[in-house]
Structures are given as C-alpha cells and as structure tokens.
Write a protein that binds this ligand. Sequence first.
Ligand code: ZN
Length: 262
Amino acid sequence: MATSYKVAIDAGHGSNTAGKRTPPLPKDIDVNKDGKIDIKKGEQYREHYASVGVAYHLNRELQRCGFTTMRTGWDDDNAYNDPDTAIADRQKTIANAKCDYCISIHFNAYGDGKSFNSAEGFGVYIHDKYPGQSKKLAETVLKHLAGGSKQKNRGVKTEALGMCNCSSMGVKAAIICELAFMTNEYEAVNLMANEDYWKECAREICKGLCEFTGVKYVEETPEKKTIYRVQVGAFANKSNAEKLVAELKKKGYDAIIVKAQQ
Ligand SMILES: [Zn+2]
C-alpha cells in the first residue's frame, strides 16, 4: 500500500570531500563480506561511502513500506562518483519536490581526524529554531537505533544545521542521523565499514519513521529458494502409494506421500 508521504534521503558530503574520513584503518576490511578486501590496512574510509550505503538500504526499506522517496547528495548505489552538493541546493531540491520529511545520513567525528579516540555512539540532530515535528521523529528513530547494535545513545541534539532546517526545506520534520564515530576505532572498523550495520541502521530508521507516521512496517521477504523433489511413483489408488512408501522405507529412504490434484 502506497502512503502519501514523500521522504528525502540525503547522504552527507561527497565522494571527495576533504576530511570526512576515518584515520588510517588498522587492518584490511571486507565491507560487504563477499570475500574481497574493500579497504586495505592503512587506508582512510570516507564518510560519504558509508552514508550512501545506509541511504541505499534506507531507500529500499522506505519504498517497500510504501513511501515515495527522493535522493539528495547521491544518485545511485555508486558512492564513488558523487559531487558534494551545496547544502542550499539540497534544501532547494527538497523544497521544490514538496517532501514531507528529510532524513540525512552521516557519521560523526571528534578530534583532529588523524588518530582514533574514545568519542563514540549514535545521535540525532534537529534544528534549534526550525525543528517542526523533528523532536518526536528523532526520539522515535533513536528508540529503534538503540534496540540494535550495542552503542552509546547520545540522544537528540539541537543545532542550526541546514539539513535539519524544516523551514528552508518546507518539510514537517527533518533529522540528521549520526550513526557512529568514524574517529572511534571500534565503530569505524565494525560499524561504519560494515554493510550489515548499514542495513541494520536503515531498517531501524525506517521503523522509526513508520511508527512516527503510523505507517505499517513491511518486513523484507526472504528470497525464495528453489528446491528439487524426487518422485518415484504416482498412483490413483492410495494403497498402492502406501505400499511403495513402505518398500522405500525398508530400504532406508525417508519417503512420504504427497497428495496432489491432477
Ligand atoms: Zn557528516
């Protein structure tokens, strides 16, 4: 069932934005667990790559639940070729599209960015002067984020940031989700550079928006697997079927009778 809500999914920064990356990582990392190393030891992983990862999964989640979505700061699942769109342009795009809500995805940082430190956790920013209904949305999303990977919950913070300004974007609520610290070694390695965590956050943010808007959350349907059955006989007469099953069982086969209409 389609809802009438339109959601802007914003991915922070651009592929080549200066700063906005982890300090050099301490080991090789396979982000999507496909057996291939995506980040080599010593490389710095960029905030935008992880943000697009979350945004991509959030887009799928929201669409499955019936929301209409649009993207700002990213255009597809390729996080490597996005320019850093100016905040004012992102705001204008969202206002022109008459979005109801804006969710901006980021990862946090603390310190000079050259080495790791102990600042940690997730939090949500809302605007100090133009928050609309963002506080309630932020609290609902945080509740779901807190139910996932064990992390410090930094709560709702207010600041005059462009991507949570409900007035300039013409939205009912706008939140900036800071999902982990890229300057915290544990969070960078295990959460930010981990597609399972991207999916988890996307699911939790979507559940938060669903609860906030009263839209029913639709679970992902597991992929259907093909199975192959072996048939050794088909009978119109049930007792003939039972005879064959008994014979097969005697030979050690786990045979059963399946009733079917011809
Ligand atoms: Zn950011």
